[in-house]
Design a protein around this ligand. Structure first.
Ligand SMILES: *Cc1c(COP(=O)(O)O)cnc(C)c1O
Length: 380
């Protein structure tokens, strides 16, 4: 289905070229959007035969192949109906009564789902500081799964992924990484030995705040088969149109991430010197606790900034209200810059400061973003 391609293409090329239809005179350059729930079929189906759209559709395949190649996986990615659906698939690998070691500043809904599993399936959930390697290692004996976010949402802690993978495997635990914040352009967890990678495709991969979608990847044949079986049995699938849109978004991922990251690094540098700012977190800042690890393990610093303005939560809310260009909204990774105070959600971890704003830096002109921020900081 896919044209032959050199094996060593860079990620910036892969996002453009992977998952194209085979080259033939008159063939479409882009994969078609196929909206059929069922396929012509009779008799005993051959292995891999297209049958029914809960099991597989040809509109999923180009995106799945492209993401699989970007993450350096031996298998294509598996698309799911949302990032949470892919996390549920990964957590289904934990046996009843098993132990899940989880970053305490992981995405709050991930933690909520872990708590739900603790109640219904007797899973022992241990929350850890993912940037404190020793404390994570101490929690690993008896664990079935170590769940890593790096950088974390919203605290931007950076994990020592190779060290955690080594310790988890020594303890007999699988390692799953939520790679939503970094994207495979910035961090490829399989290169560090991770077993499972998931994405909220909703964010950077689709990139335009118009799709909710997830994806899960596993290198190991057995794990991949289990995730696929989970998707088919639970029906936690994506619609073809969402996946088609996500592939369209993926084509510009390298450009978007490059621009958003350079905007974020410049804004973080300026914010760190602003008189109305209490604290800035971005791994690009040499003074940031995550800087050294990010430099060693990642191909960039991401485009999410943690900002605490002076004056507490009230000042943070006033800042959000005073901005004109930045969009007040949850979610992240779109072309537009947006922000929110995370503790406005009563479910957010109480160890996240009340006044912490999570900024998702988009691809607008950096001077326009700065003018709006600087004006609102001075006004609020
Ligand atoms: C948004 C998000 C999720 C959940 O993804 P959905 O597509 O909203 O289900 C999971 N992890 C991280 C880090 C996220 O930012």
């Amino acid at each position: 289905m896919t044209p032959a391609q050199p094996a060593d293409l860079s990620p910036a090329t892969l996002v453009v070229s992977a998952g194209r239809p085979a080259r033939a005179q008159g063939a479409p350059v882009n994969p078609p959007l196929v909206l059929s729930s069922t396929y012509v079929s009779q008799g005993v189906p051959a292995p891999g035969e297209m049958l029914y759209a809960r099991m597989s559709t040809e509109t999923w395949h180009p995106f799945e192949e492209a993401l699989g190649r970007l993450e350096g996986s031996t298998h294509p990615a598996l698309v799911f109906g949302s990032g949470m659906a892919s996390i549920a698939a990964a957590f289904s690998l934990i046996p009843d009564g098993g132990r899940l070691v989880l970053a305490r500043h992981a995405y709050q809904v991930t933690i909520g789902y872990a708590r739900d599993l603790a109640q219904r399936h007797g899973i022992d959930v241990v929350l850890v500081d993912i940037d404190d390697t020793e404390s994570v290692v101490a929690a690993l004996p008896g664990a079935s799964l170590l769940w890593v976010e790096s950088p974390t949402n919203p605290m931007l802690e950076v994990a020592d992924l190779p060290a955690l993978v080594e310790a988890a495997h020594a303890a007999g635990a699988l390692v799953g990484v939520d790679n939503t914040f970094a994207t495979p352009l910035v961090q490829r967890p399989f290169e560090h030995g991770a077993d499972i990678v998931i994405h909220s495709v909703t964010k950077y991969l689709a990139g335009h705040s118009d799709v909710v979608l997830g994806a899960a990847l596993a290198d190991d044949d057995g794990l991949h088969a289990r995730l696929l079986a989970y998707r088919t049995l639970h029906g936690s699938i994506a619609g073809p149109f969402e996946v088609w849109l996500a592939l369209r978004g993926l084509r510009t991922l390298a450009l978007r991430v490059e621009r958003a990251q350079s905007n974020a690094a410049e804004l973080a540098r300026r914010l760190a010197e602003h008189p109305a700012v209490e604290q800035v977190r971005h791994p690009s800042l040499p003074s940031d606790p995550g800087h050294e690890r990010a430099r060693r393990l990642m191909d960039g610093y991401g485009a999410i900034i943690g900002l605490r303005p002076r004056g507490g939560a009230a000042a943070a809310d006033a800042l959000v209200a005073a901005l004109e260009l930045w969009v007040p909204a949850t979610s992240l990774g779109g072309v537009e810059s947006s922000l929110e105070r995370r503790r406005r959600f009563p479910t957010e971890s109480v160890t996240v400061p009340e006044d912490l704003l999570r900024l998702s830096v988009g691809i607008e002109d950096v001077e326009d973003l700065w003018t709006d921020l600087d004006r609102a900081l001075r006004a609020s």
